[in-house]
Design a protein around this ligand. Structure first.
Ligand code: MN
Length: 393
């Protein structure tokens, strides 16, 4: 939902005796009308236009409803002027905005209608932009390139309108539609404001004062202080919005605005990230532990017979270290290198692997038995029984 806040102010000014401006604040419809015509014609024209506008639009929800309200307002002012001789020739400007449903998307949009030289501005991202085109003699000359904007401000015919409400049986109103963003500020005003203040002066007040009523009163007060040659009327409408509002999110003109809603998801996303990191880290640690365990198992699961000094020793482990696991001495035998055959020595020095401690002990026994048998054979060559020929596996 697009919610609106608003404020308004009007003043007769410092020169005129009568305030012929009228304003309408009837959410979701807001308007400013600047009437013209002597003998009370001006006040009647602007007041009548806004009265009929509100009456007709009441409950309206589309651009078409707003345009129909303008059509009836024009007809009423025209009729009144025809019926009362004192009101002949009266007319009024009209700038009006209404929050309506977009015909296609069904989202909230701001419809803006304009006839004459009152104006509607939009302040978005601190930038003031005029949404309406003046229907005035000098403005049309400026648009045609026949007059500079500077010269138009002081042109003697600047009061002459090329279009007004109620001066003919029918009128053509300009229509514009703006997709609202949270933070948008709409300013509706009569020419009495912009003749006294520059765009920069107006923008400065709109930036400085966040409260719409306060800003409206300040603008009117400054225009009066700067001369107040005409009636001054201001309506300010602020677009408030929940940043998570799906309508507001769907319509931003500048994608930078999307950063806010994303921020809201930062918490859950971070948690999900942490969860994944924990799972991954755990898996890696499990693999490392399994790898180490199998390396330890491999390194420690066998024995070998080696030499330490002059002594045969049974080691647990591998002759070549596995990772950082070195073999450890399990058993020092009483056998010295001189008690085995010299031909067996190189293999033992290199480390003779055995599948178990018992196999290693058996291997050492066989080495000594083999050497003893060879010695016996050498000492008693006549012995008939051959020596036991047990070979190490
Ligand atoms: Mn005026």
């Amino acid at each position: 939902m697009t919610t609106l806040r608003w404020g308004s102010a009007t003043d007769v000014g410092a020169v005129r005796e009568v305030n012929q401006d009228s304003l309408l604040v009837a959410e979701p419809l807001f308007a400013v009308a600047d009437g013209m015509g002597g003998h009370q014609g001006g006040e009647v024209a602007s007041a009548t236009a806004l009265e009929i506008l509100q009456e007709t639009f009441d409950g309206g929800a589309s651009k078409a409803d707003l345009l129909e309200a303008v059509r009836r307002a024009n007809a009423k002012v025209w009729d009144k002027a025809q019926l009362d001789e004192n009101l002949h020739g009266m007319g009024t400007t009209l700038t009006a905005i209404a929050k309506v449903k977009d015909d296609e998307t069904d989202s909230d949009v701001i419809a803006i209608v304009n006839v004459g030289d009152s104006r509607t501005y939009l302040v978005r991202d601190d930038e003031l932009q005029q949404l309406t085109l003046d229907h005035s003699f000098v403005e049309e000359m400026v648009r045609a390139g026949e007059l500079s904007a500077e010269d138009a401000e002081s042109h003697p015919k600047r009061n002459i309108l090329t279009r007004a409400l109620g001066v003919e049986p029918t009128v053509e109103a300009d229509l514009e539609v703006v997709a609202p963003q949270p933070g948008d500020r709409l300013l509706l005003c009569s020419d009495g404001l912009v003749r006294e203040l520059t765009d920069d002066q107006v923008a400065a007040v709109l930036r400085r004062l966040k409260d719409p009523d306060e800003a409206a009163r300040e603008l009117v007060s400054q225009a009066k202080a700067h001369g107040g040659h005409d009636n001054i009327t201001v309506v300010i409408v602020d677009v408030d919005g929940d940043p998570n509002d799906p309508v507001a999110m769907k319509l931003p003109v500048r994608p930078a605005k999307k950063a806010k809603p994303q921020k809201a998801h930062k918490g859950p996303r971070l948690q999900w990230l942490t969860f994944r990191v924990v799972i991954f880290t755990t898996a890696v640690l499990v693999l490392i532990v399994l790898g180490c365990a199998s390396a330890v198992w491999y390194a420690r699961s066998s024995y070998y017979v080696g030499v330490q000094g002059q002594q045969l020793v049974i080691y647990r482990g591998r002759p070549q270290p596995v990772l950082w696991f070195h073999a450890t001495v399990t058993e020092r035998t009483n056998v010295s290198t001189s008690q085995i055959l010299p031909s067996q020595l190189p293999r033992v020095e290199a480390g003779a692997s055995q599948s178990s401690l018992a196999a290693a002990q058996k291997y050492v026994q066989n080495l000594t038995a083999e050497a003893a048998a060879a010695q016996l054979a050498a000492q008693a060559p006549t012995t008939t029984s051959p020596p036991t020929t047990t070979h190490p596996s």
